[in-house]
Every structure is written in C-alpha cells, then in structure tokens.
Ligand binder design. Structure first.
Ligand code: SF4
Ligand code: SF4
Length: 479
C-alpha cells in the first residue's frame, strides 16, 4: 500500500488515500469540538493558512456560530490580501475534439450528438477581436485532448495568434492555458510561448472514482494526470491552477485531496498553486447532473469557498459563469478573487449574436450550461454597484512576478501597492474604451475614491498621473 509522502513525485504517495481517509475520520470525530474549532480559527487569523487536516475539521463543523465565524474570517482574509479588487477573465474554446471518455463532459469521444469543431487561426482572430471589443485582457484557452486535431503545435500557434492581435485599443495580455496533461517537453514549449497560468482540474482525487469517471483515453491514467503539475513545474511553469469538479465524488474527500496537492507543490517546489477553481457539475448535452449523486448544495459550497480562503490565503480563487449571479455575489464576499464575464462555453461562440431567446447557434457545442448569462459590461456594472473594483490587470506575469517571486510579494503585504493601482488603471481603460456613460460615471467615482486608499504616497502620485495619461488616450501602464 502506498505510504504518504508529501514530497514524493508519485501520485499515490503525495495524494494518499489512506492519509485522506484518516484525515476525514479525524475531522468527523472532532466535529463537535468547538474549542478545537476556535483554535483552528485563531490560527487562520494569523493569515498563514491551515493544514489540510485543520481545514477538513473546520469544514466538518455544523455549529451555526462557528460557520458564521468561518464566513467572517474568509471575508476578513479576502479583504486583507485582495482588497475589493476582482480580476476578470473569459474562457476561449478552441476545439471540442477529444479522444477521452470523461463521463461528465459532452465532449467525450462517444458523444455523436454534438458537432465537432476546431477554430482556424482566422476564426481565432475573429473570436479574439470580439473578446477585445468586450474589454477582455485575460483569457483562458480550452481545448479537448486530441493528438491529431489539437496537437501542441496547434495550441502554440493559437497562443501566438491571440497575443498578436491588436484591435483598436484592445490586447490580450495574458493567455492562461487549460489543456490535457502533457509531457515536460510540451510544458517547456508552453512556457516559452509566454503562457500565464497552466490550469488543469483534477476532477476528483479519489483514484477509484477517477478511473470510473475516465474509462478510456489518455486521461484514464490517474498517475499521468495527477503528476501533471509536477511536470509543468519541472518545465519551469511556476503558475499552476488546480481544481476539482464538485459533484463527481464525495466533496470532503476531494477538498482534502486538493489541499494535499497544494501542500505537495509548496513543499516540493517552494510554491503552491497560483489559483484554485471551484466548478460544480452542470447540465450539458448527453450529461445529466442527476446521474452524479454527489451534488454539493449551495450552503456547503459556500463553506468550501470560505474554508479554502482561510486555508490558502495566498491563492487566487476562481469562479466561472457556471454559477448564478446570486452564488457569485455571495462567494465574492467570502473568498473568490477572480470571475469570468460574458462567457461563451462553445467553440466559436463569441462572434455570434444572441437570438430572441438569448441563445446562439453554436450553443450545441457548449461544454456546459452557463448560469450567469450577463454581458461583460453588465457584470462590470454590477461589480461596481457592489463596491468592487473590476480589474483587468495582467501585470505580474508580464513583469516576471510569477511563482515564488509573486508569493513573496504577497506574503510581504506589498501587493496592495501593486494590485490596487493596476486595478484602477485597467478599470479606467475599460471605462474609456468599452463602458456605457452610466457605468463610466460610477466607475470614475469609484476610482477617485479608491485612489486615495493606495498606501504609498509615491505610488498614488504615479497612478494619478497614469490615470490622466489614460484619459488622454494612452494605454497599458503597470506597476
Ligand atoms: Fe475531453 Fe476534457 Fe471533456 Fe474530458 S473533460 S471529454 S478531456 S474535453
Ligand atoms: Fe494579479 Fe499581479 Fe495584477 Fe495583482 S498586480 S492583480 S497579483 S496580476
């Protein structure tokens, strides 16, 4: 039987089934120990994070008073590290060809209902222009795994195309990549192509469940998939994004598995995941979420978000348009730092107009149903009304602040002098180039107010100057 070893390079040793089960048993045994819960919360208040065992214990507690304290602390930590900034991004689906058999995804190879589509470089150009015209600066590209249709060369060429397009004042300044687990050599090529974060969801950390959910294709190899982040880091990609698909398997198991993964990366490479995503299973063609009997109700889901915020305070947390506006609002308060807006989860969806029912032609190639269907402009307006600063910042990666360089700035509390001005300047760009007059007026007032809250006087002055320069038509300032 594999033995737990957090710095091993073997999947079943750093994600260890026996250790996860022992952790869950401990958490259950102590679920009513309110003194222990208070001690864990007190540790969380040091802003240094929690172990997976402490986090699992907190998540297990059903006491209403403790649950409220979890939400309060999630909010406090979020405000401390991230202020009221929310980073914006959009997914861009390149291809839905896939050789895998994931039972929860409509792109699985055996699904004959959906048309298969792969964007040409010309079509990518059109999608990117549409995204730039919405105001996006940061994309996450998505593609199924298909060695013949979507080889690494196609992905690399597509990244090059995306970065090369400058339409009006638009530019995609950071391309994050969500493609199948691959070789160290291919990760090197992705790194050299200037990607931001490499994102790969584990789906579930439970090997047995994983193998059932992935019966065929290269992704069926649990170790190959689970060790992907190690290969990415070995190749010099130091910003990686993790996540599980909640609803596939017991959420408690996957919650511990993911924190164990984060712990492994931190211990082995000196840097945990850059981001954690929290997707839940959604309806899609050929997929009925009711077939998966591990659905996570909203109240538990919110606790997962808040405990993660406490456990890994330095990790960005992402929520997509899979979730409703209501859930997104509630989770933004207690932990989420990055959301998508105006998303189309189909191949080629951004160039299409919605029909009267709010649908578009390529919707049948969508990977999952979108719950929050508002445009980016509407989401930005909504965030401003809620008092958040929507940020289109991509500065860190472009300034070489990745991996442990980024983490040490964050840990030193310096990021407030960097993120805040960058958020204000990129919001100003959005207001100038893409917003309605009404949003612009509200956004300008927010910028004026938040400018005064930048801690360093020097940074504040430079930021003020750059805001004037943006007003005069210049773009792309950053700290
Ligand atoms: Fe393919 Fe990814 Fe869908 Fe699995 S989840 S079928 S790998 S696109
Ligand atoms: Fe993110 Fe860096 Fe921009 Fe802050 S300055 S929002 S950490 S890219």
């Amino acid at each position: 039987m594999p033995v737990y070893n957090s710095t091993s390079k073997k999947a079943e040793e750093f994600i260890n089934d026996e250790q996860i089960r022992a952790t869950l048993a401990y958490a259950e045994e102590h679920r009513d120990d309110l003194e222990l819960m208070e001690r864990i919360l007190e540790k969380g208040r040091q802003y240094q994070g929690l172990s997976y065992k402490e986090a699992a214990t907190l998540l297990e507690c059903e006491d209403p008073g403790i649950i409220q304290k979890i939400f309060d602390l999630g909010k406090e930590i979020k405000e401390h590290f991230y202020g009221n900034r929310i980073v914006m991004f959009a997914p861009l689906y390149l291809s839905n060809y896939c050789v895998n058999g994931c039972t929860y995804c409509p792109y699985h190879m055996k699904n004959k209902h959906i048309p298969r589509k792969k964007l040409s470089q010309e079509e990518i150009r059109a999608e990117v222009i549409a995204l730039q015209d919405m105001g996006h600066k940061r994309l996450a590209i998505e593609a199924g795994e298909h060695p013949a249709e979507n080889p690494i060369e196609y992905i690399l060429e597509s990244i090059g195309t995306i970065y090369s397009i400058k339409h009006r004042n638009g530019a995609i300044r950071r391309v994050n990549v969500n493609i199948a687990a691959t070789t160290v050599e291919n990760y090197r090529r992705l790194r050299d192509a200037g990607i931001g974060t490499y994102i790969l969801f584990q789906e579930t950390y439970n090997k047995e469940a994983y193998e059932q959910l992935h019966p065929t294709g290269p992704k069926s190899d649990y170790a190959w998939h689970t060790e992907a982040m190690d290969r990415a880091m070995e190749a010099g990609i130091d910003d990686v994004g993790c996540g599980v698909l909640y609803g596939l398997n017991n959420y408690k198991y996957d919650f511990v598995g993911m924190l164990m993964h984060a712990h492994h990366l931190e211990k082995t490479y000196g840097c945990g995941p850059h981001t954690i995503s929290v997707p839940r299973v959604r309806p899609a063609d050929d997929i009925d979420p009711d077939e998966f009997d591990n659905g996570v109700p909203d109240d538990i889901f919110k606790r997962i978000v808040a405990v993660l915020r406490i456990a890994v305070p330095y990790t960005g947390m992402i929520m997509s348009t899979r979730e409703s506006a209501k859930t997104r609002r509630e989770c933004l308060e207690i932990g989420i730092t990055q959301i998508s807006g105006g998303s189309r989860t189909s191949v080629g969806g951004y160039v299409e107009e919605l029909d009267e029912e709010g649908k578009f032609d390529s919707e049948e190639t969508a990977q999952f149903d979108v719950e929050d269907r508002r445009t980016l402009a509407e989401v930005v307006d909504w965030l401003i009304d809620l008092g958040y600063v929507p940020s289109f910042c991509t500065a860190c990666y472009r300034e070489g602040r990745t991996g442990d360089r980024f983490m040490s700035l964050l840990k030193a509390g310096q990021i407030a002098n960097i993120c805040q001005p960058n958020a204000l300047m990129t919001l100003k760009e959005f207001l100038m180039d893409y917003a309605s007059e009404e949003t612009r007026a509200k956004g300008e007032a927010l910028i004026r107010q938040r400018l005064e809250m930048i801690p360093s006087e020097k940074v504040r002055e430079i930021c003020r100057r750059h805001l004037d320069e943006i007003e005069a038509g210049n773009r792309d300032f950053r700290f």
